[in-house]
Design a protein around this ligand. Structure first.
Ligand code: FES
Ligand SMILES: [Fe+2]
Length: 379
């Protein structure tokens, strides 16, 4: 498969196939180790259609489970918190130990006289950790090291435990586009100098590099001295102009500005901050992007009210709430959302046929790699 046909961006049936054939065995960022420091602490996330949870065990280790009751399928834990020593289903109060064993069944003697509790533990998912980040894979047999090792030596240097970084309010974009369109735009080097002329201001394709490490694509800008830089020159200039303080421990610039970790994790890193994002597909033509942000010294931690399209009541950022034309917002993320939603509309036209992809690692070779990864992992 060299290109994904239009249907891949429009069909609910293909999205459900992706859940079964792709997301069912994909590693996705779900949170930080430091989010859940104490026994019983948990976090939840969705990996495609798979609700999952990670729970800190009594012995300090972490375990990941499918967050679905084995009785009638209710999702169990919500958000984050501490579940104590057990997980209780709100429907009929089946009760699981934090290690997943089914312990309690109300009225078991009359309702389930023959049940063997060991037949119904919470289903395991696989868990992996690197640099304080937790990744979960719905397939309990998946091996994290196979996935992370190719990029392990190239990762961002940010220490999320350091006092030099503070976490800001997360941003949640609810977008009217297929998740793959968002990815393809995020890794498209050809558009940076054009769509983002007034925001990122480039770089031109010849000053971008995408490198591939296993299932991961890493982006660098090349500065005017030919050195690698995780930030485009215009953004660096703006940070300097506003006298934003750099994060001292990440001043060495030889790491990627963007990490796309196939299929649903995107990390933006530079010497002013770190964003860790997860895509959550919601339908063939809808996805959420949940961005957690860590900022360097002196930066505002809650920027939501400045983000075009943010609605206080729902805490969602949506194009329907835009008050200005996206190209007038001076916000590159808004420009990207605008374009992704416009591509979704264009792909919806039966008259649309794919045009050629730009050659070169600084242009659209990355999209070819994405399609190769998609094909290799869909089974
Ligand atoms: S669905 Fe969970 S106890 Fe019945
Ligand atoms: Fe963009």
């Amino acid at each position: 498969m060299s290109r994904l046909s239009r249907d891949y961006y429009l069909s609910e049936e293909i999205l459900s196939r992706e859940n079964e054939d792709l997301f069912a065995h994909s590693w996705v960022f779900v949170g930080l180790e430091s989010d859940i420091p104490k026994a019983g602490d948990f976090l939840t996330a969705s990996i495609g259609a798979f609700p999952v949870t990670v729970i800190r065990q009594k012995d300090g280790t972490l375990r990941a489970f499918h967050n679905v009751c084995r009785h009638r399928g209710v999702t169990l834990l919500e958000g984050k918190g501490n579940t104590g020593s057990s997980v209780v289903c709100p429907y009929h109060r089946w009760t699981y130990m934090t290690d997943g064993r089914l312990k309690g069944i109300p009225n078991a003697a009359t309702c389930f006289p023959d049940i063997d509790r060991t037949d119904y533990p919470l289903k395991d998912a696989a868990i992996g950790e690197t640099n304080g980040l937790i990744f979960v894979n719905p397939d309990p047999r998946a091996e994290f090291s196979n996935w992370i090792v190719p990029v392990k030596d190239k990762l961002w240097p940010h220490d999320l435990g350091s006092k030099e970084l503070r976490e800001g309010e997360p941003l949640i974009y609810r977008m009217e586009c297929n998740w793959k369109l968002f990815v393809e735009n995020a890794i498209d080097g050809y558009h940076l100098a054009y769509l983002h002329e007034n925001t990122l201001g480039g770089p031109m394709p010849e000053s971008n590099i995408w490198e591939r490490y296993g299932d991961h694509l890493v982006w660098y800008a090349i500065d005017k001295n030919g050195q690698r830089d995780p930030l485009p020159a215009k953004s660096r200039k703006e940070y300097r102009q506003y006298l934003t303080k750099q994060i001292p421990h990440v001043k060495d610039k030889d790491y990627g500005g963007v990490y796309y970790m196939f299929p649903l994790t995107i990390i933006d890193s530079n010497d002013y901050g770190l964003n860790i994002s997860r895509l959550e597909p919601r339908g063939a033509g809808q996805c959420d992007l949940i961005i957690r942000r860590w900022l360097g010294p002196g930066q505002g931690l809650d920027e939501r009210k400045y983000v075009p399209g943010w609605d206080r009541a729902t805490n969602l950022i949506q194009s329907k709430n835009w008050k200005k034309h996206p190209l007038k917002t001076n916000d590159f993320q808004t420009e990207d959302v605008w374009i992704c939603e416009k591509i979704q509309k264009g792909f919806s036209s039966p008259a649309y046929e794919h045009g050629p992809l730009a050659k070169g690692v600084g242009a659209e070779q990355s999209i070819r790699w994405f399609h190769e990864l998609y094909e290799a992992h869909s089974r």
